[in-house]
Design a protein around this ligand. Structure first.
Ligand SMILES: *Cc1c(COP(=O)(O)O)cnc(C)c1O
Length: 754
């Protein structure tokens, strides 16, 4: 045991480890981590990246920091020797939910990889006082509870760095807070989160409602305040401009301190614009360069050389466009610049209205500004980038083919394997050594064992252990008993119609009706959901309602529950993901083809030895190509077919409903007496009507092929030799999805950091 470490921990604790509670231990280890981080120099270089993002879904930091500092097992042993459990101590840390889902989690994985690769690159974002709401279920419905995650002392360091931020009707003074990002074994960068001192947390009343007009008091109160009304939209523009003006001023200040010529900014600075939320950095940086005496034209050229833009979705509602009148109110000083950019880009060079930044309705299209004034435009998976080039952003691809490139997303294996599945991680190291921790491509060497019965059995035992742990957790926290020997089909992600949790719910109905009719599945199935619905997204909430009603019905039926169980985990977040993903047998990735830009959940599951049941969408396509068609279950219409159906208005849900007896029975069951006796009639009817008459994401199109693919997977699961080999192949071929690989590609093609 490391006695020096033990002594230091005891000193920081100010008492004996044996007598300490988990909370005291948490604070002491937090201090220990800060000390160790202080010993590690910050990564510097000749060119620096600023990764600007409205979301950083960083998750708990303590365990990850201990791991990356190389003292996780030492600290764990010390605690154990005193009868304490490090996992319980980690549990004391409030989770910083500064993001919604995949996009924010990607930013966090990227920070881990940037630091680990020892690249000079910082994150820039906002210090939201309340993260994404906490989700609770009552009466089979979602309730939203404010999530106040900040505490003192906590993971953030308050700095003296402040900037004046000018809005149309006021100027506020910002303050920068820093989070240390330590890489695995080496590297140390920062996440800068900006705030103002005048935010008033007592504004939050009645759930997550608050007065949206008091900007000085509410600016950074919430991540993504509800923007269904004008005040909400204005607040978002305030937040976005606040974020990017801080970023731009920080960049200029740092460049001046380094004595760099601002005209040569592209040699020393790279900015990555993560989705359109930070797009205003383009006119803001141009404005500041003009104040430094640089001409508009030259400034626009400099900024184009600095900025890269990442597109994350083809869903139209996510491509932000703001009314000019709103921008005029919040950031009037940017309007002449945006106008000039629009004029220069479109009128001068292109004769296509679809390229205009400002459209005929007076709306400012953020993504269009990004594409004109960035030197790189990337999608996040091969299929997604292809769709951007040839469908969604086609006119831009024709104008700027050289800017377009693909960067398939990735995840950090430190959190998504080493931290969350120490058993599997340990086994891999025993088999192939530990080089894979810094070079994930090494995992391929596991293929050598693909006929080794002992190894396959061991993988199976680890999976079984993780399933038992998950079952215990679900019993304790959700009060639902599940059978660890059943097949765990896990469907965890944000609730959205395109992700098609409703299709999985219809599958549950299909199985329920089968079992009621005496047709039992070959193996008991447990379907586990988790995910939050946006507070104003009625249909997603109706789907949650249906799932919770089914959970009720299925689990309390003495016959059905022997073959089928349903669980919807409350408040799905990073900590829950780390617990549930290692327990998956089947990874449900069933989005409507063309709609999931990449997905990163799919990668986490693969890495932990789950087999994917998915559509040919997003990164599923690349998973399929890597593992081979015999190690994945794919189903459903292709993205080409789907795009064609949209273009021709060729999909009518009601035809599928009328044509197939089995589809009809499932959809009808949503308003059966059994479910109506449990649930809310209005919600269930609305959902049913939507599925029959609208079904924008084509659930009924793929339902039958989904059910049959799932049945095949469950059948194959019985063949343990076959299944465990599939698990091994999936783990061995997952190296490509390390975010280290993704970041090396960004650096090679876009950033060129040195
Ligand atoms: C990885 C992750 C996501 C993204 O999952 P997808 O399946 O790619 O949508 C969302 N939320 C959390 C908490 C995650 O860890």
């Amino acid at each position: 045991m490391d006695t020096a470490l033990e002594n230091r921990l005891t000193e920081l604790l100010g008492g004996k480890i044996d007598d300490a509670g988990d909370q005291d231990l948490y604070k002491a280890i937090l201090s220990l981590v800060k000390e160790k981080i202080g010993d590690r120099p910050e990564t510097v270089g000749n060119k620096k990246l600023y990764y600007i993002s409205a979301e950083f879904l960083i998750g708990r930091q303590l365990g990850k920091n201990l791991l990356n500092l190389g003292i996780y097992s030492q600290v764990s042993e010390i605690l154990k020797a005193h009868g304490k459990d490090l996992a319980a101590v980690e549990d004391r840390e409030p989770e910083p939910s500064l993001g919604n889902g995949g996009l924010g989690r990607l930013a966090a994985c990227f920070l881990d990889s940037i630091a680990t690769l020892d690249l000079p690159g910082d994150g820039v974002g906002l210090r939201y006082h309340f993260g994404l709401f906490k989700q609770e279920f009552r009466d089979n419905c979602q309730y939203e509870i404010p999530d106040h995650w900040l505490e003192e002392p906590g993971i953030l360091t308050k700095t003296n760095v402040t900037f004046p931020i000018i809005f149309g009707n006021m100027t506020v003074q910002s303050r920068m807070y820093d989070l240390d990002v330590v890489g695995f074994r080496k590297g140390h960068t920062k996440l800068h989160l900006f705030d103002i001192d005048s935010v008033d947390e007592s504004l939050v009343k009645d759930g997550i409602q608050f007065d949206k007009t008091l900007i000085e008091k509410n600016l950074t109160l919430f991540l993504y305040p509800d923007d269904s009304d004008k005040d909400g939209q204005l607040l978002r523009i305030y937040q976005q401009y606040f974020m990017v003006s801080n970023a731009a001023q920080l960049i200029i200040q740092e460049q001046k301190e380094l004595g760099h010529d601002l005209r040569k900014m592209a040699e020393h600075v790279a900015i990555q614009i993560n989705d359109t939320h930070p797009s205003l950095v383009i006119p803001e940086l141009i404005r500041l360069l003009i104040l430094e005496g640089i001409s508009f034209k030259e400034a626009a050229g400099i900024v184009t050389g600095v900025c890269g833009y990442t597109n994350h979705t083809i869903l139209a509602e996510a491509l932000e466009k703001w009314p000019m009148s709103y921008l005029n109110e919040v950031v009037p000083h940017l309007m002449p610049i945006i106008g000039g950019l629009d004029y220069a880009a479109v009128c001068a060079y292109h004769d296509n209205r679809n390229l205009n930044i400002i459209d005929d309705d007076g709306k400012v299209h953020m993504a269009r500004m990004d594409m004109h004034y960035s030197h790189s435009v990337n999608g996040v998976a091969a299929l997604h980038t292809k769709i951007l080039k040839h469908q969604e952003l086609r006119p831009f691809f024709e104008a700027y083919a050289e800017k377009f490139n693909n960067k398939t997303n990735g995840i950090t294996f430190r959190r998504w394997l080493m931290h969350c599945n120490t058993e599997l991680s340990g086994m891999i190291t025993d088999l192939i050594g530990e080089d894979w921790m810094e070079n994930a491509a090494e995992l391929e060497r596991l293929m050598y064992f693909h006929n080794d019965e002992g190894v396959l059995r061991h993988i199976d035992e680890i999976k079984q252990k993780k399933k038992e742990e998950a079952a215990k957790y679900i019993l304790e926290k959700e009060g639902i008993e599940i059978d660890p020997s059943s097949v765990f089909c896990i469907h965890v992600k944000r609730m959205h119609e395109y992700k098609r949790q409703q299709m999985n719910a219809l599958f549950i109905i299909y199985e329920y009706l089968n079992i009621k009719a005496g047709n039992y599945p070959v193996k008991p199935i447990t379907v586990i959901f988790g995910g939050k619905a946006a507070p104003a997204y009625i249909m997603a909430k109706n789907v949650i309602h249906l799932i919770l009603c089914l959970q009720n019905l299925v689990n309390s039926d003495p016959v059905v529950s022997k073959y089928l169980r349903v669980v919807m985990i409350q408040n799905y977040n990073i900590a829950k993901a780390e617990m549930i993903i290692p327990a998956a047998d089947i990874s449900e990735q069933i989005s409507l083809a063309s709609k999931e830009a990449s997905g990163t959940g799919n990668m986490k599951f693969m890495l932990n030895g789950a087999v994917t049941l998915g559509t040919n969408d997003g990164a599923n396509v690349e998973i399929r190509d890597l593992v081979g068609i015999e190690n994945i279950y794919t189903f459903g219409r292709s993205s080409d077919d789907v795009i064609n159906l949209y273009n021709t208005n060729g999909y009518h849900a009601i035809d599928f409903y009328n044509r197939s007896e089995s589809i009809r029975r499932c959809v009808d069951f949503i308003t059966s007496p059994e479910l109506l006796s449990i649930g809310n009639e209005q919600m269930l009817r609305d959902l049913q009507d939507n599925l029959k008459n609208k079904d924008w994401f084509m659930t009924l199109l793929d339902l039958e092929s989904y059910a049959s693919a799932k049945e095949t997977a469950v059948f194959d699961y019985q063949n343990r030799a076959k299944w465990t080999r599939m698990m091994l192949v999936n783990i061995a071929r997952s190296g490509f999805f390390s975010s280290d690989r993704t970041i090396l590609e960004y650096n090679r093609d876009i950033w060129h950091l040195r």
